[in-house]
Write a protein that binds this ligand. Structure first.
Ligand code: FES
Length: 325
């Protein structure tokens, strides 16, 4: 817990409610409200996976569920985004492979011999060679694990909803749209990808936190608003049907994994705001910029303000100064 920042009114975890999770067969202390990623990082664990090709160390990068650097096995389920998964006492977390000592990283010494896409144009002749090499390549990626069956069959659910209005995004703008509609008696479904409402504003210090709490209080007054947190709207079709996937809280139902909502709304408001993206630099190729931002210890700007909400100092760099100068 040495890596925690001092208490802040905007933090999302509760220091009075400690929980213990298991990481590689050792106990890791966390607090209720932590994500698995924030708990691991607060305990000094910063390598979450290895890169696809050269097996370089990768830490959490976006904290928004968009980059996949933080995926691990959680309670036997592979490829779970730990930055989007709330901790629960007794949870068992395993990285995909031995991320601390990965001998395949030695392949990076030969990176000059393996430029981007070399695998698309090499080893095709003689034909028998490709069959052999293909299987080797398939087993190589550093961020994947061998598929193994789960001990317990996970449960899924599908729900149909027909509100008058679907609001995508539970930041200040989304909440305001939902409140305005609800005041007019309109039935609203509000879908937010994060486990908490507030979006960008929730990470803007105490003042932002106060504004978010005030909006949440106003929203809660309306019985005609249904709020779905941890819910990604993965598709909106031309006829207005939206497919929303909710990652279910394991504390509510142990093995309930996901619920899909088929929302047939009369109208849709998209209030998803903006997201941080890694910068590209004139002096660097797209690939080099990309690799740099994915290094362990660097993250995109939005992630560091999110991390602060977990009172974890996060990475202190977004990109090294020499790159941005
Ligand atoms: S998806 Fe978790 S850090 Fe990007």
């Amino acid at each position: 817990m040495a890596n925690r920042l001092p208490d802040s009114p905007a933090q999302v975890f509760d220091r009075t409610k400690p929980v213990t999770i298991q990481y590689r067969n050792r106990p890791v202390s966390a607090f209720e409200g932590d994500t698995v990623a924030s708990a691991l990082m607060a305990s000094g664990i910063d390598t979450f996976s290895r890169s696809f090709k050269y097996h370089r160390r990768r830490g959490a990068s976006c904290l928004t569920g968009n980059c996949c650097r933080c995926t691990m096995s959680v309670d036997g389920r592979m490829h779970v985004k730990t930055c989007q998964t709330a901790v629960r006492a007794g949870m068992v977390i395993e990285p995909h492979g031995n991320v601390e000592l990965d001998l395949k990283a030695l392949g990076g010494l030969f990176s000059r011999a393996m430029p981007t896409g070399f695998y698309y144009k090499s080893f095709y002749r003689p034909a028998w060679l490709w069959k052999l090499i293909k299987e080797i390549f398939r087993a190589m990626p550093g961020n994947m694990a061998a598929v193994s069956p789960l001990d317990v069959k996970p449960e899924y659910d599908a729900v149909n909803l027909s509100p008058d209005l679907l609001v995508v995004g539970g930041g200040l703008a989304g909440m305001e749209a939902a409140i305005t509609a609800a005041e007019a008696g309109i039935r609203v479904v509000l879908a937010e990808a994060d486990p908490h409402l507030g979006g960008f504003e929730a990470y803007q210090g105490e003042a932002g936190h106060r504004r978010v709490q005030e909006s949440i209080r106003r929203l809660e007054r309306f019985a005609n608003v249904r709020v779905l947190t941890s819910t990604r709207v993965s598709a909106i079709y031309p006829d207005g049907v939206a497919i929303c996937i909710q990652a279910c809280d394991p504390a509510v139902k142990q093995h309930f994994v996901e619920r899909s909502y088929h929302v047939r709304a009369g109208a849709t408001v998209v209030a998803t705001g903006a997201g941080s993206m890694p910068m590209l630099f004139k002096t660097m190729s797209c690939l080099a910029s990309c690799c740099l931002r994915q290094r362990k210890g660097s993250c995109i700007c939005g992630a560091s303000s999110r991390a602060k909400r977990c009172c974890w100092p996060a990475v202190t760099t977004t990109l090294p100064r020499w790159v941005s100068s």
